[in-house]
Write a protein that binds this ligand. Structure first.
Ligand SMILES: Nc1ncnc2c1ncn2[C@@H]1O[C@H](COP(=O)(O)OP(=O)(O)OP(=O)(O)O)[C@@H](O)[C@H]1O
Ligand SMILES: Cc1ncc(COP(=O)(O)O)c(N)n1
Length: 264
């Protein structure tokens, strides 16, 4: 029998297949890890926006945790859209019952089209209950600003922000720069030892970026499950993102999905 690293995503479904659980599962499959999914909510959305959201009952979230963790050997977990405080509490309870070392928390707050994927009241719970469990958190710039309640405009203030986010409990912090203006995209990783690592790539001029954050966090989760270190993973992750965004596929009429078939 072939042994395969097993991971789980805890996130919402995107009916159009580009973001959320759908992006995670495609990335995991491409990177050759076996993936389970614990669904927190269902969205009616496409590349033009989110038309509806139905969070999943917390009882069935708890049952999904039990079903997955009492059978599979889950090495790494990624969280995505959690929608509200009740769902955050259910997920934190599940992660406390079934702890994993490799926990990647993508604090998804707002979809590309502007829809809220985490109610403002739930943000404090994410900071105080979920972040301390995480090996890595991956806010984008806008999410980092919301988490800290101020604007981040320069690399020094972004490094200071990463330190402040690390003080909330996660071992490592990755602030993503996809939302920064300019011809380059820079992400900064603050590692547990206090070092900063900047990763810069040319900005691809496209609106076809539906699910970029999910895909990056899922890629990192897959590689953590395979035993790689964050600083080894990041250059590969950036190359994967560059290809998955650059070699775009013709799907939908708005913020199109990525090409998860690219080599990575
Ligand atoms: N136009 C682009 N060109 C090249 N790389 C990009 C581009 N947009 C995003 N990226 C890369 O994709 C990854 C995800 O970053 P981004 O800031 O878009 O995350 P995000 O906002 O959380 O994504 P999402 O909106 O899907 O939740 C990062 O590594 C970032 O550098
Ligand atoms: C269910 C779900 N999870 C996450 C996202 C974020 O992705 P994006 O910011 O690219 O819309 C999304 N749109 N939908």
């Amino acid at each position: 029998m072939i042994q395969v690293p097993q991971v789980a995503t805890i996130a919402g479904i995107d009916s159009s297949g580009g973001a959320g659980v759908n992006a995670d599962l495609k990335t995991f499959h491409q990177e050759r890890v076996y993936a389970a999914s614990i669904i927190t909510g269902v969205t009616a959305q496409n590349t033009l926006g989110v038309q509806g959201i139905q969070p999943i009952d917390t009882q069935i979230i708890a049952q999904q945790f039990q079903a997955v963790f009492e059978d599979l050997e889950i090495k790494a977990v990624k969280t995505g859209a959690l929608f509200d405080a009740e769902r955050v509490e259910a997920v934190v309870a599940g992660l406390k019952r079934y702890p994993v070392y490799h926990l990647v928390v993508d604090p998804v707050m707002v979809a590309k089209g502007g829809a809220t994927l985490l109610e403002p009241l739930a943000i404090q719970k994410v900071k105080t209950s979920l972040f301390p469990l995480a090996e890595l958190i991956t806010p984008n710039l806008a999410e980092a600003e919301t988490l800290l309640g101020r604007q981040l405009t320069q690399s020094e203030t972004i490094e200071a922000a990463a330190l402040e986010l690390q003080a909330m409990g996660p071992k490592n912090v990755l602030i993503k720069g996809g939302h920064f203006a300019g011809t380059e995209v820079s992400d900064v990783l603050l590692t547990a030892d206090g070092d900063f690592h900047w990763y810069t790539s040319p900005r691809i001029d496209t609106v076809r970026t539906h699910g970029t954050g999910d895909t990056l966090a899922a890629y990192i989760t897959a590689k953590l499950a395979q035993g790689q270190a964050l600083t080894t993973i990041m250059p590969q992750a950036k190359a994967f993102m560059q290809a998955a965004i650059g070699e775009s596929i013709a799907v939908g009429h708005g913020h199109g999905p990525l090409n998860h078939w690219v080599a990575g």
